[in-house]
Ligand binder design. Sequence first.
Ligand code: ADP
Ligand code: ZN
Ligand code: ZN
Length: 818
Amino acid sequence: MSRFVDVILPIPLEKLFTYSISPEESSRLEPGVRVAVPFGKSKIYTAVVHHLHDSPPHAYDAKEIYDILDDRPVITSTQFKLFHWISTYYMCTMGEVLRAALPSVFLLESETIVSMNELKEMDESGWTDPEFLVMEALRHQQSIKAEDVSQILDKKNILPVLKGLLDKELISVKEELYEKYRPKLTRFVKISGKYRDEAALSELMDKMGRAPKQRDLLLTYFTLNKRKDGLVKVPELVRRSDSASGQVRALIDKGIFEEEYLETGRLVDVEEEPTGTKKLTEEQHAAFEKVRAYFENNKTVLLHGVTSSGKTEIYAKLIEETIKIGRQVLYLVPEIALTTQLVGRMEKLFGNELVVYHSRYSLNERLEVWNNVLNSTSRARIVLGARSAVFLPFDDLGLVIVDEEHEPSYKQFDPAPRYHARDTAVVLSNLFEADTILGSATPSLESYYNAGSEGKYGLVELKTRYNKVLMPEIELVDLKDKYRRKRMKGRFSDRLMEEIADTLDQKNQVILFQNRRGFSPLVECLTCGHSPQCPNCDVSLTYHQFKDQLRCHYCGYHIPMIKLCLACQSPELDSKGFGTEQIEEEVKTLFPDARVARMDLDTTRGKYSYDRIIERLENRDIDILVGTQMLTKGLDFRQVRLVGIMNADALLNFPDFRAHERSFQLMQQVAGRSGRTDVRGKVIIQTYNPYHRIVQQVSAYDYTGMYEEQLEDRRQYKYPPFYRLIRITLKHKDFNKVNKGSAWLTMALQKYLPNEVLGPEFPPVARIRRQYIKNILVKIGPDQSLTQTKEAILILRNSFYSIKDYRPVRIILNVDYY
Ligand code: ADP
Ligand code: ZN
Ligand code: ZN
């Protein structure tokens, strides 16, 4: 009989932690079950059982577990395999993986509970006012949470008060887990028993002639009444009858309605019947058959289809086939908040078999999706989600779709696990022997390489748009020339203005793309050249006109816009560069009759603000939409005829080995928003470098040209897909520690690794939130072992931390760094 259990704690511990268990507990425990365990001084954590065994830990005495929280595992054995892979591959702890993977309601931490001691007599004379208030509250309730004490006293630091009460032996405190999940209760009403009789009811209706609102309400009740038990949801009743909930109350008080609360799920049901998929065109059908043939041979497929060629329709067909045999589907998109249109489209096709796993969903909603997936219910046959959906407890996964597979946002940057969701999804799919399809109009070099010369993936292509609409015509505008010949108004060339005017005349819509938010990146003094800087980060503050503020995009620091130069007091200030806000301002001046809106991080913070902008565009309440790369994410607009890219150079000059690939993808995707229906669209790209290879390739829709050139660069300079990269980042407040530490670590890496080690180097922004940053890049060649390199890095990290001076420096490992 096992007497010990190793658990994963949801904190960055390198090792599993061992606890002792009784024989009875041992029989109830298995991997994946949650337990409450004591850890540290007095904390209680929710941990997950990894395995049971007989060997006591060497370094410490095993404590007993506190409680068993589940009757059956909440984590499946396949998930365990996946989580292990993530933790090894991305060099992080299992605890970090769990934190990212489990809805936080699963991982409760303890909370301090205050209760009153049983005392015979209480001498109130020595109590302070706050102590008196706490004791008053405890007279009415057995115990209260520390959080409540904080509310009662209206202050954060309640420790002195609690300590006073403890010293007087009036209270005791203990740590307890509390459940955050609350099942959702919905209020229902039904007609009272006595009115179920025809005669009584018609008498009632007659009497109600004098209260028409209530009569309406009652009639609406009968149209909505579809359940056997006669219950109708109150919110729906109120909405459909256009009345106030006070009127429902009135009917309850009169004994006409009876109320009842029922537990309902939070997953919103779609009411319409699903329509099923569309008939594929000939080209689409051929592609679909090719995909299936590759699947038969257990090959992952890369679907390379131009924008609007119907990739989504092909996914739909594949989904249909998969759910027909009762298997589950994972449909990954780069950012779920940006895919309202796709969700609507899929719901139409598949109704309630589709659920969405959404980062803006509440904890409880996520938990419900989790449980539906775990139980393989038909309510969650198809999961549409962003990257964290790869962590769901699939039971019988049959198909994995990764849409817009080239999107960099699939890679998690911070915190660990720094995983790539596309790559993780491929691993997940393999665990289930499921089919995998990656789709994009502009595939990543890595995937295209895998599909091309490597033959690792099957390649399927769609070369024409649905309806045979031609790809939009792309015109390059040379900014240097336009400025010289004074053909510019602000940031707008004459050509762009002409095309906007034409498009608006024809009652069509315009999208203007500017890859930078805010009004202008920085403010510069014309007298001394000073730009106001963020005190926490190594960057200039940017001007945001709407709030008339200077803001830091890294840490959020902000001050009111300055009137005088902070260095020399000169009032002559200039704003340099340009962002979405300035474009919006200018276009409003140039086209005063057009309705202009802006879409960027600043205008889409709320839960539905993004949806609202999309909806306004669809309803044609917007003529011109100015936006950042948010615009590129798979939107399907009917009436957009013109896309303007304000400045291609800002993209091309970004200091990163993927900058050219990214620029091509972004411009091609933005261009793809134009002319998606029957009439050919138009794209204008403004640039100082019209002969730049990437700009030329964009205008010629030459993906393979771009691919081949970029691939050659990558081969020559030793970057992916030929080399793997691990980026090591050092971070600390103290400049010297970072500087010396990174030099030490680089030396050590160079000495012990056969690999190429680059750096250490300060990034373009070398200080963020008061922390200095320095990077080292380890390149792993095709003949080198990834595993051994990783092992060496971990050993060297330990040596690094054994040097006292470096111990406080943070080391961040980013495998397959993006
Ligand atoms: P992609 O995913 O390649 O960008 P979509 O699947 O969004 O392309 O297709 C573009 C538009 O054409 C969508 O509005 C879609 O509904 C429509 N469409 C594509 N294929 C078909 C088809 N076979 N039947 C009807 N409509 C189609
Ligand atoms: Zn100045
Ligand atoms: Zn800052």
